[in-house]
Design a protein around this ligand. Structure first.
Ligand SMILES: [Zn+2]
Ligand SMILES: [Zn+2]
Length: 360
């Protein structure tokens, strides 16, 4: 199994290879540029050659084992054409960097349709993917599933399927499943039957041939909370079991399985989690395992409690807001049939306000 982590690349992309080595990773992710800035210095040929040389020296195949994470600035589904076009410029630049580095996979967040129609956004995103494929030659564009809902693309597996349907060269598009995002979006993969059900759904909606990578994170927030809050393995609401299923799932063999758990800029913490994943391989649900699961769950207990309180408060609050606004609208409207339609609109608008949109 290719367990790895998202490692730092400050000081140049070639540094990421050494950082991955240091934690005993068999695959790794990195940012090709500062993920929250539009501008980035060009990638020099010297640095690219250094990256490739270090990869081959340390046994990483950049075409299969390296999964860069796209910039958070990218949102090609933006209904504002100028902003979408600017996003595409950055996206293409990232893909060109991949090809210069010999990297075969590129993972990114599909973005948000903001105040536009979902179907328009999905088609717009796909048309940009098609353009990017034409302007590059080898790199596979990997769409990550998301934790949010509503105007955010990719929380529903069907969104990703729709985008892929619009892509002309399907050999150049793939999917990355993030365990935290899946759970937060409402897919309960914490149990053995739920885990199986999720993959059955993935296979029937999207198709297993598109699965290109896994992001491995526990979730600080509860099931279907729509919050993108990563937690260390076994400490969150997912719990350790799903990571045991993953570590022993032959269908995931050969894919980059990349940790993005919170380590506070100390990559060495990933080394311990990679060791934990290796320990889970071939592990039965015995006493020793149960003790480990218990111990990790205990470490995350207070954070889980804190998040559950926030989640409950938020759902209470949003219910209250909907009720108040609904009352106002009913009072304003003199017509019975119109009244009902207006109420629906208001309810939707409020739900949208409470969403977490990371890609603006
Ligand atoms: Zn992820
Ligand atoms: Zn995330």
């Amino acid at each position: 199994m290719k367990f790895g982590a998202h490692v730092g690349s400050s000081g140049g992309v070639s540094k990421s290879v050494l950082n991955a080595m240091d934690i005993g990773a068999n695959s790794f992710a990195l940012f090709l540029r500062s993920p929250r800035q539009w501008a980035a210095p060009p990638l020099s040929s010297e640095e690219a050659e250094k990256f490739k040389a270090l990869c081959s020296q340390h046994g990483y195949d950049p075409a299969r084992d390296v999964l860069p994470h796209g910039s958070y600035m990218i949102n090609m589904a933006n209904p504002d054409d100028e902003k979408a076009e600017k996003s595409f410029g950055l996206f293409l630049d990232d893909l060109q960097r991949c090809e210069k580095l010999g990297i075969g996979l590129y993972n990114f967040h599909p973005g948000s349709v903001i105040d536009g129609e979902k179907s328009d956004g999905l088609e717009k995103l796909a048309s940009y993917i098609n353009r990017a494929i034409k302007e590059t030659s080898t790199v596979k564009i990997v769409i990550e599933n998301m934790a949010g809902h509503g105007n955010l693309i990719g929380s529903d597996l069907q969104d990703i399927k729709t985008v892929i349907d619009f892509v002309t060269d399907k050999s150049r598009v793939g999917v990355c499943v993030d365990t935290c995002h899946s759970f937060a979006a409402g897919y309960d993969i914490s149990t053995e039957s739920g885990y199986k059900e999720f993959w059955d759904k993935f296979d029937s909606i999207i198709g297993r041939q598109y699965l290109s990578a896994i992001h491995l994170n526990d979730s600080k927030a509860p099931l279907a909370a729509n919050r993108d809050l990563h937690q260390k393995l076994g400490l969150g609401y997912l719990g350790l079991d799903v990571f045991r299923f993953i570590a022993n799932d032959p269908k995931l063999e050969g894919l980059p399985i990349v940790l993005e758990t919170p380590v506070k800029d100390d990559d060495t913490v990933y080394g311990e989690e990679i060791k934990l994943l290796e320990w889970l391989q071939g592990r039965k649900d015995d006493e020793e395992y149960a003790a480990k699961r218990e111990a990790l769950a205990k470490l995350g207990a207070s954070e889980r409690k804190e998040q559950m309180e926030k989640f409950e408060k938020k759902s209470q609050k949003s219910k209250k807001t909907v009720k108040t606004k609904r009352q106002v609208k009913i009072d304003e409207s003199p017509n019975g049939t119109q009244k009902k339609r207006k109420v629906t609109t208001v309810t939707t608008a409020i739900k949208d306000e409470s969403e977490t949109t990371t890609n603006q």
